[in-house]
Write a protein that binds this ligand. Structure first.
Ligand code: HEC
Ligand code: HEC
Length: 261
C-alpha cells in the first residue's frame, strides 16, 4: 500500500470511529427530548456508570432493577426532597443487588435532574424481561449437570447464597457484562481461593462488586460451591446448548438481559 492510500484508509477509519461513537451515544431519548445542560451532565453520569445495564428508561435497558422512567414521580412530594433523599440513599448505600456508587452531592443532583426531566418527557412502559432470565438459565443448567442431591451441606448453603445475591446477573458466563465481572464458574481457578475469599469479604466497590456483608461461614460455603462449579465448568458450558429457549451453543449469542429488546 502506498502512502496516499494509507492516509485515505486512516482517515476513513477515523471517520467510521466517530460515526459509530456518535450513534452509540446519541440514544433515542436524547434525540426526542430537550434536556437542560444540568440534565445532560446527569445523562453523562448515567452512561458512564452503566445504570442502563440494570434499569430501563422508556423500555430500553436491563431488567435487574426497576424501570426508572417515572421514578421521579413515584417519589414526588411537595418540595421535591423525597426523590433526592431516595436517590442519595440508594446511590450511597446500594442494595443487595445494586452496587453503591461513590458520587458527590453535585453528581447526584445532576442524575436527579436527568431523571426528573426524563419523567416529564413521558410515561415509561416497562417491558417484561425476556422469557427466561440469565439467573434461570444458569440455575437449570447447574442443577442438570450437578444434581443438588449430590451436594454437601456447605455447597447447598453456598448455592442458596448465590441465588439470593444473584451472582450470575453480573458474573455472566460469556463475560459480556458491561460491568466486566469475571465468569462465575472459573472464579476459583482463575483468581485462586485466597483472592476469592478476600473479595467476598470486602467487595470491590469502585469496580462494581458489592460488599454483601458475608460472615466467614458464608464465605466458606460460597467458596465450596465455587470449587464445585469450577470442577463442573466444562459440563456447565456444554449445558448451555441444551436448555430450552436457547437455540445456540455459542455463549456469545445468548439472549442476556442487558440490551435485549
Ligand atoms: C447491578 C445492577 C444495578 C446498577 C448498575 C444500578 N442499579 Fe439502581 N437498582 C438496582 C436494583 C436491583 C434496584 C432495586 C433495589 C432494591 O429494591 O433494593 C435499584 C434501585 C434503584 C433506584 C430506586 C428505585 C425505586 O423505585 O426505589 C434508583 C433511583 C436507582 N436504582 C438508580 C440507579 C442509578 C442512577 C444507577 C447508576 C448510577 C443505578 N441505579 C445502577 C440495580 C442496579
Ligand atoms: C452487581 C454486580 C455483581 C454481583 C451481584 C456480584 N458481583 Fe462479584 N464482581 C463484580 C465485578 C464488577 C467484579 C470485578 C471487580 C474487579 O475487577 O475488581 C467482581 C469480582 C468478583 C470476585 C473477584 C474476582 C477477582 O479475581 O478479582 C469474586 C470472587 C466475586 N466477584 C464473587 C462474587 C460472588 C460469589 C457473588 C454472589 C454472592 C458476586 N460476586 C456477585 C460484580 C458483581
Amino acid at each position: 500500500m502506498n502512502v496516499p492510500q494509507r492516509k485515505t484508509l486512516l482517515i476513513a477509519l477515523v471517520a467510521i470511529f466517530f460515526t459509530q461513537t456518535w450513534f452509540v451515544y446519541s440514544d433515542p431519548i436524547g434525540a426526542q427530548t430537550r434536556l437542560s445542560d444540568h440534565a445532560i451532565q446527569g445523562r453523562g453520569l448515567w452512561l458512564k456508570h452503566n445504570c442502563q445495564s440494570c434499569h430501563q428508561l422508556f423500555g430500553f435497558g436491563g431488567f435487574l432493577g426497576p424501570d426508572l422512567t417515572n421514578v421521579a414521580s413515584r417519589f414526588a412530594d411537595s418540595n421535591g426532597t423525597r426523590f433526592d433523599a431516595r436517590l442519595a440513599t440508594i446511590l450511597t448505600e446500594g442494595s443487595k443487588v445494586m452496587p453503591a456508587f461513590h458520587l458527590d452531592r453535585e453528581q447526584r443532583d445532576k442524575l436527579a435532574s436527568y431523571l426528573r426531566e426524563i419523567n416529564e418527557a413521558g410515561v415509561g412502559q416497562p417491558r417484561a424481561a425476556s422469557a427466561i432470565t440469565p439467573h434461570e438459565h444458569f440455575s437449570s443448567i447447574v442443577q442438570k449437570v450437578i444434581p443438588p442431591a449430590g451436594w454437601t451441606d456447605a455447597e447447598a448453603r453456598g448455592w442458596a447464597l448465590m441465588e439470593m445475591h444473584s451472582c450470575i446477573s453480573c458474573h455472566l458466563p460469556n463475560k459480556s457484562s458491561s460491568l466486566q465481572a469475571p465468569r462465575l464458574t472459573t472464579l476459583v481457578g482463575v483468581s485462586g481461593e485466597d483472592r476469592v475469599r478476600k473479595v467476598l469479604a470486602q467487595g470491590s466497590l469502585e469496580k462494581g462488586m458489592p460488599n454483601f456483608g458475608l460472615s466467614a461461614d458464608k464465605i466458606e460455603s460460597l467458596v465450596q460451591m465455587l470449587i464445585r462449579l469450577q470442577d463442573a465448568d466444562e459440563g456447565i458450558r456444554a449445558g448451555y446448548g441444551t436448555v430450552k429457549g436457547v437455540s445456540t451453543r455459542s455463549l456469545k449469542d445468548l439472549p442476556w438481559f442487558e440490551y435485549s429488546r
